[in-house]
Design a protein around this ligand. Structure first.
Ligand code: SAH
Length: 207
């Protein structure tokens, strides 16, 4: 089976299990996950599980990326802020929806940021912008964002994120210390309103 067939089968299964929108399914079908994972892990790229990507970090399982993309509810042209670029896979899926030039991602480890930059350039996602640094500060230069999401867990959403997302915009991420939940909130002038929980999750902690 070639990589495209393997990816299609994975997305078919995810569609059945998670009833994904056509937009999310198309984005998941478009991004070659095997190109983002280390060479030694490529044969596992289309199994639905997390994989190590170096620096003690992991790429989330495909179903988790799909669920988070779905909950972001983004439209073409929306501006997105991602905290935790990792290998760049999740950002590439988001870019399939909003356009690469509308994705801004912050990665703590400069080696991972560098690697993701070169993967993006190779695969046609070169317009995604990455900043190496602490995502707790968000990325004020490109604010306001229509949505921001964390791919690493915090005790709470960093205050800078709530300031940099426009009123009515969405924040999403794993929240909690020992026990984490995927939380989605809509930002208003006073902070966060309309918080909803979307199940127990396990992510690496924010550094
Ligand atoms: N979305 C990624 C998964 C990343 S795992 C992918 O598709 O590969 C979480 C990432 O968050 C790791 O790369 C980790 O280095 C990064 N991270 C942890 N704390 C951070 C912080 N304070 N600021 C920015 N990135 C952080």
């Amino acid at each position: 089976m070639d990589t495209e067939q393997a990816r299609d089968q994975l997305v078919d299964r995810l569609c059945e299990r998670e009833s994904l929108s056509e937009q999310t399914a198309a984005a998941m079908r478009a991004v070659p996950r095997h190109e983002f994972v280390p060479q030694s892990r490529r044969t596992d790229a289309y199994a639905d599980r997390p994989l190590p990507i170096g620096n003690g970090q992991t790429i989330s399982a495909p179903h988790m990326v799909a669920i988070m993309i779905e909950l972001l509810d983004a439209e073409p042209g929306d501006r997105l802020l991602e905290i935790g670029t990792g290998c760049g896979y999740h950002a590439a899926v988001a870019a399939e929806i909003v356009g690469p030039e509308h994705v801004f991602s912050v990665e703590y480890h400069s080696e991972l940021a560098e690697k993701a930059r070169s993967t993006f350039a190779e695969l046609g996602y070169g317009d995604i912008q990455i900043r190496a640094g602490d995502g707790r500060d968000g990325w004020p230069d490109h604010a306001p964002y229509d949505a921001a999401y964390l791919t690493c867990a915090g005790t709470e959403f960093p205050p800078a994120l709530l300031e940099q997302v426009r009123p009515g915009g969405v924040v999403l991420g794993p929240i909690g210390d020992d026990r984490q939940h995927l939380v989605r909130g809509v930002v208003d002038e006073d902070g966060l309103e309309k918080r909803t929980e979307h199940g127990a999750v396990r992510f690496v902690p924010l550094q």
